[in-house]
Design a protein around this ligand. Structure first.
Ligand code: FAD
Length: 152
């Protein structure tokens, strides 16, 4: 069986995308779902105060190749890997990619923002990112369950 691998990184949004963030993120998610499906990847993408925080999980080669492609993307800059390594099971298996926008007042990030109440990406640790992303995944699952299905 192929080794399952997970990677967390953070990056800064390029200033030019900030005014049109929603549609840029929609475009990213659309390409990501298509590509990640083919590559056996699952994950979550967060936007928080000018930053991206993303997790990718799947076969080690797919994670590394996709991260290499993402890190050259001019829609963000200064990508930093916060954690990467083999894992036993997927934590984000519901989504080939899903994006969620967080504000510092969101309950999910209150635990990981610093004492001054400002989100500081440089202070993120593997554990705090793990806690944040898994908390958001729970909210995302609950929201999906709460949202009534639209009849087609
Ligand atoms: P296409 O789907 O053909 O590109 C779609 C459109 O996106 C293009 O028409 C173009 O307008 C625009 N576009 C594509 N690349 C760029 C670029 N570098 N700069 C500006 N506009 C561009 N890709 C994944 O496959 N999986 C991921 O999980 C993933 N996560 C991402 C997270 C972030 C924060 C960012 C910024 C990008 C992410 N991407 C991801 C996108 C990745 O960087 C590549 O753009 C994408 O994988 C290229 O796929 P494609 O050839 O199918 O592009």
């Amino acid at each position: 069986m192929r080794q399952l691998y997970r990677l967390y990184y953070r990056s800064s949004q390029t200033p030019s995308i900030v005014s049109d963030l929603d549609s840029v993120v929609q475009q990213i998610v659309k390409s990501s779902i298509r590509n990640n499906k083919d590559d056996g990847l699952t994950g979550l993408l967060l936007t928080i105060q000018g930053c991206f925080l993303q997790t990718l999980e799947g076969p080690v080669d797919s994670v590394r190749n996709t991260y290499a492609r993402i890190s050259c993307d001019r829609r963000h800059r200064d990508p930093h890997i916060i954690f990467q390594g083999p894992v036993e099971k997927r934590l984000f298996s519901d989504w080939n990619m899903c994006a969620r926008s967080l504000a510092p007042t969101d309950k999910a990030i209150l635990d990981v923002i610093n004492a001054k109440g400002k989100f500081n990406p440089a202070s993120l640790t593997p554990q705090s990112v793990h806690d944040l992303l898994t908390a958001v995944a729970k909210i995302q699952r609950r929201t999906a369950l709460d949202t009534p299905l639209t009849a087609i």
